[in-house]
Ligand binder design. Sequence first.
Ligand code: DQA
Length: 144
Amino acid sequence: MYLIINGPNLNLLGTREPEIYGNRTFADYLSELRKALPEVNIEFFQSNSEGAIIDRLQAAGADPECRGIVMNPAAYTHYSIAIADAIAAISTPVVEVHISNIHAREEYRRHSVTAEKSRAVIAGCGLDGYELALRYLQAVDKQQ
Ligand code: DQA
């Protein structure tokens, strides 16, 4: 099983700043992703709350069935030491995904405290970044 975690405001994908994040809902993307990767069991969790994201990371870290995590921490990326600590506390590989290229936006988006604790980062590939991250995590799992 692979887990996708989306942070705050990503529940509004489809209507939120479509010029940056596109006009597709995540539910629509996820159903297509599951069809593209039928052999992969994908769980999905979204929360607007820091503590709930930390609780989900800890639970995934304690679950041997969870082989990898794709996480878009959204704005928490830039300042949540607590989420960064939760990533560091588990051995499950985490790939950080950003829909937009955070390096080509406001200065405050260029630094990621959570990326420092993540296995890899994908930014600026739009929603395709989630699929790329999943494929990478599958490759990592096969190497083990
Ligand atoms: C984001 C980039 C963040 O800076 C922003 O706060 C988000 C979305 C992205 O996917 O591009 O909410 O993580």
